[in-house]
Design a binder for this molecule. Structure first.
Ligand SMILES: *Cc1c(COP(=O)(O)O)cnc(C)c1O
Length: 407
C-alpha cells in the first residue's frame, strides 16, 4: 500500500553505524531505523545469538514455558522498577497492553467505570486504533472513523491542567519522558515528579511510554531513571530488539494484578528468537561502561553540533535532547535539511517542531561523530550557497499537531 513517503535509496548490507548500497556507497546511519538498531548493524554478538537460537528453536507459542522469556524478564525486572513483564512484538502493542493493564487494574477491583487515560499533545504512541486514540494527533486519526473513547489530551506540561482533567473515570496518565516523534521534547523532571505525586494522591496509575527514549538512548537504561521516580507501567519496544521486532510491557506486581490467565495474549510475543536477541541487547547496553560511553559521546555530539549551529544561524536553531537521542531544530524546512544531509551521506529523520533527529547507534565512536559533524557542516555550506535546495522535497516528517508523519 502507498502508506510511506519512501526515499528511493536502498541498502543491501550494514556494519556498525554504516549502511551500504548495492553500488557500494556507504552512509553513516544517524537514524537506526528510528531508534531501533541500538547496537548498530550486524553486531557480532546479536548475529551469534540469533544464529544460535535459530538452530535450536524458533517458536512454540505461550502455551508452553519459554525459558528464554524467563531469562529476559528476570534481567528486566532486576534492572528496573518492574516486577512483571509481558512480551509483544512492537511499540503499539506495548502501548495497547499497557492501557489494558491499567484498565484491568480498576476493573479487577470492581471499578469498571474507571477507564480514561490522560495523554499529552505532541505525543506519539503508535498506529493501532487504541494507540492512535492515545496519540490524539488529528493528522493520523483523520479518515479512520471516530477515535476510540476513553482518552483525554492536555496541551501543555501543566500540572494544574492535568488536575482539572481528572474525573471519577480517570484511570491513568500516559506520557513519554522525552517525546520522540513530537520533536525530541524532554518533559521537565519536575513535571514527571508532579505527575507521580498526583497519581499517588488520586489513586491513578502512571504509564511511561519509553518505546523511543528507553534502552540506553539517553545514557540510562530507561530515561526516567534520570529522575527519582518510577512509573507503575512502562511500554518498551524499538531499541530492545536491536532490529528484531520486539516489545514489552513492564509493570509492578500491584499494577498488573488484573492480568490473569485469559486477559491478554500474543501468538508471537516472547518467541525464543526475539528473547535471545533481546537478552544480548539488554546485557550489553546496561553495562555501566556502555551507558557512560553513551553519555560522553552524546555530549560530544551535542557540543560539536552546537558549534556548527553558531556558524549557520540561518539554517540551524538549536540542539536538544539527552545522550544519543538528540533533536536538531532547523530554521529552514527540516525536510530540506534531511535531504542535504543525505546528500552528504548522513542519514537522519525528521520529527515534529521542524526538528531533525540524530539517533546514531549507541555503539557510535568519536571518529564517526566527527564524520557526522563534518557532513553537517558541508551540508550547511551547500545550503547556504543555495545548492542542494530541492524544489519538490518529499514530505518527510510530522508536525507538532495535525501534519503529516514518518512512522
Ligand atoms: C515508535 C513509537 C511507538 C510505536 O511503535 P511501533 O513499533 O511503530 O508500533 C510508540 N511510542 C513511541 C514513543 C514511539 O516512538
Amino acid at each position: 500500500m502507498g502508506t510511506y513517503n519512501r526515499s528511493p535509496l536502498s541498502f543491501v548490507r550494514g556494519d556498525g553505524a554504516w549502511l551500504e548500497t548495492e553500488a557500494g556507497d556507504k552512509y553513516l546511519d544517524f537514524t537506526t531505523g528510528i531508534a531501533v538498531n541500538s547496537l548498530g548493524h550486524g553486531h557480532p554478538k546479536l548475529v551469534a545469538a540469533l544464529q544460535e537460537q535459530a538452530e535450536k528453536l524458533w517458536h512454540v507459542s505461550n502455551l508452553y514455558t519459554v525459558p528464554e522469556q524467563q531469562a529476559l524478564a528476570t534481567t528486566l525486572t532486576e534492572l528496573t522498577f518492574a516486577e512483571k513483564v509481558f512480551f509483544c512484538n512492537s511499540g503499539a502493542e506495548a502501548i495497547e497492553g499497557s492501557i489494558k493493564t491499567a484498565r484491568k487494574y480498576f476493573a479487577d477491583k470492581g471499578d469498571n467505570d474507571r477507564f480514561e487515560i490522560i495523554c499529552f499533545g505532541g505525543a506519539f504512541h503508535g498506529r493501532t486504533l487504541g494507540a492512535l486514540a492515545a496519540t490524539g494527533n488529528a493528522a493520523y486519526l483523520d479518515g479512520f472513523g471516530p477515535p476510540l473513547p476513553g482518552f483525554k489530551h492536555i496541551d501543555s506540561f501543566d500540572i494544574k491542567a492535568v488536575k482539572a482533567a481528572i474525573t471519577p473515570a480517570s484511570a491513568a496518565i500516559l506520557i513519554e519522558p522525552i517525546q520522540g516523534e513530537g520533536g525530541v521534547v524532554p518533559v521537565p523532571f519536575s513535571f514527571l515528579r508532579q505527575l507521580r505525586e498526583l497519581c499517588d494522591a488520586q489513586g491513578l496509575l502512571l504509564i511511561f511510554d519509553e518505546v523511543q527514549c528507553g534502552i540506553g538512548r539517553t545514557g540510562k537504561l530507561f530515561a526516567h531513571q534520570w529522575t527519582d521516580i518510577t512509573p507503575d507501567i512502562m511500554s518498551v519496544a524499538k531499541g530492545i530488539g536491536g532490529g528484531f521486532p520486539l516489545g514489552a510491557i513492564l509493570a509492578t506486581e500491584a499494577a498488573s494484578a488484573g492480568m490473569v490467565p485469559g486477559t491478554h495474549g500474543s501468538t508471537y510475543g516472547g518467541n525464543p528468537l526475539g528473547m535471545a536477541v533481546g537478552k544480548v541487547v539488554i546485557d550489553t547496553i546496561s553495562a555501566p561502561e556502555m551507558l557512560e560511553a553513551i553519555c560522553q559521546n552524546g555530549l560530544a555530539l551535542k557540543q560539536k553540533t552546537a558549534s556548527v549551529i553558531d556558524r549557520f544561524p540561518d539554517i540551524l536553531a538549536e540542539i536538544r535532547g539527552e545522550g544519543l537521542m538528540l533533536g536538531l531544530k532547523a530554521v529552514i524546512d527540516n525536510k530540506k535539511l534531511v535531504e542535504a544531509l543525505r546528500d552528504q551521506k548522513l542519514l537522519t529523520v525528521g520529527a515534529g517542531e521542524n526538528v531533525v533527529r540524530l539517533l546514531p547507534p549507541l555503539t557510535i565512536t568519536l571518529d564517526e561523530i566527527d564524520i557526522a559533524v563534518k557532513a553537517l557542516e558541508t551540508a550547511c555550506e551547500a545550503l547556504q550557497a543555495g545548492e542542494d535546495m530541492p524544489e519538490n522535497a518529499e514530505p518527510q516528517n510530522l508536525g507538532k499537531k495535525g501534519q503529516a508523519a514518518t512512522t
